[in-house]
Write a protein that binds this ligand. Structure first.
Ligand code: FCB
Length: 458
C-alpha cells in the first residue's frame, strides 16, 4: 500500500539535545548553563536530579554512534552546547568543546549518518543570563557570533543547521511560567525574549550562510493545533487566542513579516503588555526575521483543547481517556499532525519541512529476560508516521522525520522520570538497551516503509 511507503530520499532520523544527554556539566572546560543553575534550585526539577551526568554522552559518544548505526538511520539531529564552546557565551573559545563536536561529526559521517545541528536547544551560558539573557538584544548578537564560529569549524561537513529549538518554550515556559530555566515569571520579559529569539534566528541564519556557503538553515517550532472544547463563543475565542500565542506568534513574523494583528489588539486590551511587546522591535527587525528559510522544522507531540478560563484567558482541558495519554499527560492525537501540516501548507508560504521531533514518554522497563516491550511507543510512532504520510500524499513537502529520542534522557523539569528513548538507559550503570521500538524503527528506517517490516527482538 503506497501510503505505507516513503520516498527513497525521505530521511529517517532520531533527535537528542546537548543538555539532555551529554553530562560533563563541568568537564573539559564547559561553562555553566542556565539549566545547570536552574537544576540546582530547590523544587525546580521533579526528581531533584540535575543534567550533571545525564547519559554521559560526552564520554560515551562513540558507543552512541554505534547505536545510531544499528538503528539504520539516515540522519542524527543533535545540539551544540553553547557554554561548552564559549564558557562565557562570548570571547574565549574552549578548544576541547570544538574538538568534541568535530570528532562527533567525523564519526557520524564515517558511519554514513548526516548530522543535523541545532545551535540552541535551551542551554544559554549562565554568563549571558547574568547580563540579562534573551531579554537583552546583546544576547542576539552573541548568538550570531557563536553561530558563525560553529559554522566556521563544522560548516565544511555539516549541511543542515537549525538556529533555535522551540522559541515558544524558551519564552513562555522559561520566562512567563517559570517552569524552565531561567525560571522567570514575567510576561513582559517573555515577549521581549520571543522577539530577541526570532531576531537572533535571523542574524544567526545569515552568519551561518556567510560562513558556510553550502549550509541549509532553518528554525524549529513546536506547533500545536488548538481546538475549542465546544462551539460556545467563549471557547472559540479561547482557541483563537491560544493558537495565536502558540503558533501564529512565531509563524507570522517568520512567513509574513508581522506579529498577528488580533493578538496585538488583545495585548493592547491587556494594558502595557502591548508596549513591552513592541518597544524592543526596532525598524528593520521584522524584515530581517522574514528572511526565507531553507527549511522549517516542526516538533509535534499533541494538540491542545481549550475553554475560556475564569479570567477570560484560555485554559486547557482534557478530553480523552486516561489510557490515551502518554506519561507526560499528553493526548495521543495523530490526526492533529496531518491537520497541522495541511494548515501550514494552506496558510503560509512554507519551504520544505522536517518533522524534527515526535515521540512519546512511556515508562516500560526491561522485563525478566531484559526485553523492553514498548508496544505503545511503536503504536504512537506508527500512527504519526501514517499521518505524516497522508499529508505528503496531499502535497505537503515533508522531507524527513526524526523520532524523539535516541536515548531516555534528562527531560528538563521532569528530570529522569519521563522516558522518551528508543533505547532504555540505566542511569546507574549507563547501560543502553534497545527497546522493541528501536528494533521496529530500524525496520522502518531501512525499508522506508511501515508495512512489511518484519522486525525481531534479539
Ligand atoms: C520538546 C523538546 C525536547 C524534549 C521533548 C519531549 O519540547 O524540544 O527537548 O524535551 O519536548
Amino acid at each position: 500500500m503506497t501510503e505505507h511507503r516513503f520516498p527513497e530520499e525521505f530521511i529517517f532520523g532520531v533527535a537528542t539535545s546537548a543538555a539532555q544527554i551529554e553530562g560533563g556539566a563541568r568537564d573539559a572546560g564547559k561553562g555553566e548553563s542556565i539549566w545547570d543553575r536552574f537544576a540546582a534550585t530547590p523544587g525546580a526539577i521533579a526528581d531533584r536530579s540535575t543534567p550533571d551526568v545525564a547519559c554521559d554522552h560526552l564520554h560515551r559518544w562513540r558507543e552512541d554512534v554505534v547505536l545510531l548505526r544499528e538503528l539504520g538511520v539516515d540522519a542524527y539531529r543533535f545540539s551544540l552546547s553553547w557554554p561548552r564552546l564559549f564558557p562565557d557565551g562570548r570571547g574565549a573559545r574552549n578548544a576541547a568543546g570544538f574538538e568534541f563536536y568535530d570528532r562527533l561529526v567525523d564519526a557520524l559521517l564515517a558511519a554514513g549518518i548526516e548530522p543535523f545541528v541545532t545551535l540552541y536547544h535551551w542551554d544559554l551560558p549562565q554568563a549571558l543570563q547574568d547580563l540579562g539573557g534573551w531579554g537583552e538584544r546583546g544576547t542576539a548578537q552573541a548568538f550570531a557570533d557563536y553561530a558563525a564560529a560553529a559554522a566556521s569549524v563544522l560548516g565544511d561537513r555539516v549541511r543542515s543547521w537549525t538556529t533555535h529549538n522551540e522559541p515558544w518554550c524558551i519564552a513562555t515556559l522559561g520566562h512567563e511560567q517559570g517552569m524552565h530555566a531561567p525560571g522567570h515569571r514575567d510576561p513582559r520579559e517573555a515577549l521581549r525574549v520571543a522577539h530577541h529569539l526570532l531576531l537572533s534566528h535571523a542574524w544567526a541564519m545569515d552568519a551561518v550562510r556567510q560562513t558556510a556557503s553550502q549550509a541549509e538553515v532553518g528554525i524549529v517550532l513546536n506547533l500545536t493545533p488548538v481546538d475549542p472544547a465546544s462551539s460556545d463563543p467563549g471557547d472559540l475565542e479561547a482557541a483563537r487566542q491560544l493558537d495565536g500565542l502558540f503558533n501564529r506568534w512565531f509563524l507570522d513574523p517568520l512567513f509574513r513579516g508581522s506579529y498577528p494583528a488580533d493578538l496585538l489588539a488583545d495585548r493592547v486590551a491587556w494594558g502595557d503588555l502591548a508596549e513591552a511587546a513592541l518597544e524592543c522591535v526596532l525598524p528593520g527587525d521584522l524584515r530581517a526575521i522574514a528572511a526565507p528559510l531553507d527549511f522549517l522544522g516542526v516538533n509535534y507531540y499533541s494538540r491542545a483543547v481549550v475553554t475560556a478560563g475564569p479570567d477570560g484567558r484560555p485554559q486547557s482541558v482534557r478530553v480523552t481517556r486516561e489510557d490515551q495519554l502518554t506519561d507526560m499527560g499528553w493526548e495521543v492525537y495523530p490526526e492533529g499532525l496531518e491537520r497541522l501540516l495541511l494548515r501550514l501548507q494552506r496558510e503560509y508560504p512554507i519551504p520544505p519541512l522536517y518533522l524534527t521531533e515526535n515521540g512519546a514518554a512511556y515508562g516500560d522497563a526491561p522485563d525478566g529476560g531484559g526485553r523492553v516491550a514498548d508496544q505503545r511507543r511503536i503504536d504512537y510512532l506508527r500512527a504519526h508516521l501514517l499521518a505524516a504520510r497522508r499529508a505528503m500524499a496531499q502535497g505537503v513537502p515533508l522531507r524527513g522525520y526524526f523520532a524523539w529520542s535516541l536515548l531516555d534522557n534528562f527531560e528538563w523539569a521532569h528530570g529522569y522520570e519521563k522516558r522518551f528513548g528508543l533505547y532504555w538507559v540505566d542511569f546507574q550503570t549507563q547501560e543502553r538497551r534497545p527497546k522493541d521500538s528501536a528494533h521496529w524503527y530500524r525496520a522502518v528506517a531501512t525499508q522506508k516503509a511501515l508495512d512489511a517490516t518484519a522486525w525481531q527482538t534479539t
